[in-house]
Design a protein around this ligand. Structure first.
Ligand code: AMP
Length: 501
């Protein structure tokens, strides 16, 4: 925890009804984007938030937006524009949960669903409309939606709306809203057209940048594989076999490439699903749900199709095609390494793409090392301390002596040893939680009986919905992982590993 972290929602200026909802949802402390965005938004400032999915940006704009609304006023007072149907639905669900104790109608309108039903919902009354751009334009042109009272406007994932070609429509929509409105713009990246849009359509905005680069990249161990184009499929199969990811997303550049790879992996007998723009909306939703639930271990996806996916359990990102920019790279791998655990990213590059990969490594200020099998990594890894390593690390792209994160699958890197938090306690991550029927007692039992720890070697046990953390005496951490990782608890296979901060 950093000294400056805001550790409570209390001081942000939120109303009791919202605080109550947050508490019931289980958010304990605001995320950085929330801590920084909520106060200025409540004060009425325009805000530009540079942050990605997974940072908590929905609550960052959603809570002040809900607080702004007047429940007595039946007009459309706020709109949220999203690039995709998936994000639209996700945002709507989140806002409804935050509005649990408010009397506010929130309606989602998006393409790929009958417009009639959405028109009826709007007629019945909507104070907040969460929309995809195309469908909102459509509803406006049919006079089912008027924006003359929409004084709180959010552009969510603005860069993706740009990539999808919606930016002119976004500007048209902004022009239809009152000029005295408050505007919040969230975007993972700030390409020039988005900067221009902010300059033209926002008033004296407060800019908040949550630097995902360092954060994201630090929590992900990154490797590359140099492979000729013709050998990629074979190499991928080899890597999947060696890495045995719990859940992986394999990124392809094109729809055709994605469906071809999907077919190939299937032919090799792997359980895989594809997600790309040629699929029907229904099929895409089905895939998203089964992946999110953990029923599908491998997902082959294009960047566009994978937009807005917020997937907690992804252990591996595989860039089957080299991302075409450093920002895409960071965005893709930002999907792993969440929830305090180590994620892994493996990037394929053909020999002539190696200079591009070097550029990405440089831009992202990170180290991407040559891929090794997990066995080789263990061999090279487990250093006693960060700095005392020479001649044992796998080659970095540059071959210089920079830190080799890849060789440290579990390191926290605070100088006190690879995973000790400095007080003789090591935090372990367990990949199961309440949803698997596991409670604190079960974990204590596993630690006592399975790992043969005494109660005083167990510092804490925290069970969350989908995973848990246990803190144990550092000198017993290795034994605990060895004995419990891969064992079964209440009928579920459990994985235990040293958590990262
Ligand atoms: P978002 O970036 O808005 O899509 O949020 C990503 C995930 O983080 C969602 O599952 C949220 O429910 C969750 N989340 C947002 N804010 C917090 C918080 N302050 N504490 C814990 N989880 C949060």
């Amino acid at each position: 925890m950093t000294e400056t972290a805001v550790t409570s929602f209390d001081g942000l200026g939120l109303e009791p009804d919202l605080l109550q909802a947050i508490k019931e949802i289980g958010f304990e402390e605001p995320s950085p984007i929330q801590a920084e965005s909520i106060p200025p938004l409540i004060e009425g400032y325009d805000v530009i938030g540079q942050a990605q999915t997974g940072t908590g940006k929905t609550a960052a704009f959603g809570l002040p937006m809900l607080q702004y609304l007047d429940p007595e006023n039946d007009e459309v007072q706020a709109v949220v524009l999203t690039p995709t149907r998936e994000l639209c639905i996700q945002v709507t669900q989140a806002l409804r949960s935050y509005a649990e104790h408010l009397d506010i109608e929130i309606v989602a309108v998006f393409g790929g669903a009958p417009i009639k039903g959405q028109q009826a919902q709007l007629r019945a009354g909507a104070q907040v409309v969460v929309a995809t751009v195309g469908r909102m334009m459509d509803l406006i042109s049919r006079q089912s939606l008027v924006l003359t009272a929409a004084r709180f406007v959010v552009l969510d994932e603005a860069d993706e709306m740009l990539d999808l070609g919606f930016i002119e429509d976004v500007e048209k929509i902004l022009r239809m809203c009152p000029s005295g409105r408050q505007t919040a713009l969230f975007s993972a990246t700030m390409p020039p057209p988005i900067k221009a849009l902010a300059e033209n359509y926002m008033y004296d905005p407060v800019t908040i940048k949550i630097t995902p680069r360092k954060l994201t990249v630090d929590s992900v161990s990154q490797a590359y594989v140099e492979v000729p184009a013709k050998k990629k499929q074979e190499k991928l199969a080899e890597i999947l076999k060696a890495e045995r990811p719990e859940q992986a997303i394999i990124f392809c550049r094109t729809k055709i490439g994605a469906s071809r790879l999907d077919r190939d992996l299937r032919n090799r007998g792997m359980s895989v699903k594809a997600l790309h723009g040629d699929m029907s909306q229904g099929a895409r939703d089905g895939v998203m749900i089964s992946f999110k639930d953990g029923r599908v271990p491998l997902l082959v996806a294009t960047d566009i199709a994978a937009r807005g996916l917020d997937i907690e359990h992804v252990t591996h990102i595989i860039n089957y095609d080299l991302p075409n920019s450093s920002e895409t790279y960071v965005h893709r791998i930002g999907r792993t390494g969440r929830a305090g655990r180590t994620g892994r990213a493996i990037t394929f590059a053909t020999p002539d793409q190696i200079p591009d990969l070097k550029q990405i490594e440089k831009d992202a200020a990170t180290t991407i090392t040559a891929w090794e099998t997990p066995e080789e990594r263990i061999e090279h890894g487990r250093p006693p301390r960060r700095r005392e390593r020479k001649g044992r690390k796998p080659a970095s792209l540059d071959g210089d002596g920079v830190e080799d994160r890849d060789a440290e699958p579990v390191a926290e890197g605070n100088g006190a040893g690879p995973s000790d938090s400095g007080d003789g306690i090591t935090k372990l991550y367990v990949n199961r939680g309440r949803k698997s029927g596991i409670g604190e007692d079960d974990l204590r039992w596993a630690l006592n009986e399975g790992a043969v720890l005494s109660d005083d070697q167990i510092a804490s046990i925290k069970v969350l919905d989908r995973f848990a953390f246990v803190e144990v005496a550092s000198d017993a951490a290795e034994k605990t992982v060895e004995r419990l990782d891969g064992s079964r608890l209440k009928g579920a296979d459990i994985r235990v590993e040293v958590a990262r901060r």
